[in-house]
Design a protein around this ligand. Sequence first.
Ligand code: 0T9
Length: 384
Amino acid sequence: GEGVPVAQRSSWTTFMKTIASVSGDLSTMTCPPFILSPVSLTEFPAYWCEHPELFSAIGVQTTEEDRTLAVVKWFISTLKGQYTSRNESMGSEKKPLNPVLGELFYGMWPDINGRGQTDLLVEQVSHHPPITAYAIENKSKGVKLVGHNAQKTSFSGGSIIVKQIGHATLTVKLPSGEVSEYLITLPRLRIDGLWYGAPYIELAESSWIISKHYVCSIDYKGKGYFSGKSHSFKATLSPAPGSGGTLGSHVIEGTWHTTSKFSSGRKSGLDFHNVTGPKEEVTAIGGEPANEMGPYETRELWKLVAKGIREGDFDAASREKTKIENDQRQKRKQEQTAGTSWSLKHFDHEDSDPTYERLGRIGKVNPASEDMYVFKENWPLTSA
Ligand code: 0T9
């Protein structure tokens, strides 16, 4: 592979043979150094808000139709960051740091031009398998996203197939006091380009955004499929059964890393989204105690590992990583001896999610039921 440094070519070939034989959880695999990222998966939920003005705009719409379109526009606009940004910043998709249980990430996007401040908190709620839970809220606009995600991976035809497990619920507080809820499910990923040592993500199959008013299915296709282009999508918004006759249907088509247009419905021909402009990275902040980074906050915890990876000192990175892992093993052992278990800071785990079941049924989402992590509403500690 051309993307592989000469000195690591034979280890990459060996690695490729290994991933072909492993399935399930790739997070604990040992990878050749050039493919390591210095960023932990707990930072990934920040991708949901790289366009804070689109997130806050959801809260100021006056009709259900416009609100739903604002939700879909915000969602589509997050995909570029979620799935292509490592290629831009690091040259290819990389293996993120595998978070430890209880790892935390706090951040915010400031109030600019009256959009209100948006707060982010992330907690690693499981290590085996890795599960990350997050809450993102713009209090002043009444918009909140709470979700969790995990992955199941397999290997097929030279690609890694990643099934995303988990979902998110977006809630919007309306001036009437009513709350609009949107169930958001996640697409399937294919990691291609592995043999060349230059992995990149393509999205596949479909994901959903469902409320009691609308069902929106989003279909994803890559190169060589319907439009022929990479990163293509088609979003179809249909009024939910029984929502009355006033809501319009829409179809939107384009590529999620560039632009899209309405292709059917009242707005046919009009532009829909455009993410070719700048994005706004999250401002990382210390959460505990307020404004200080505690030892479990991701950038503090992984500081020395990340430094090693960034500076190409992989021995140091691996030494520091081993320290963290040993420390974790010891903690789990101590808990076992004491008959206690790690308690989550911001979330309560529930075996089922009534909102997922109720809204999922409208779109016939599969599986019919999923577990959930309920946000304890205990952050920000002091609200601005
Ligand atoms: C949620 C996102 C997720 C996390 C990452 C599959 C992956 C871990 C999960 C799904 C975010 O909202 C969106 C984007 C990228 C996903 C990662 C890409 C990736 O490769 C890793 C897996 C665990 C690997 O590191 C595989 C090994 C490596 C050889 C590929 C570069």
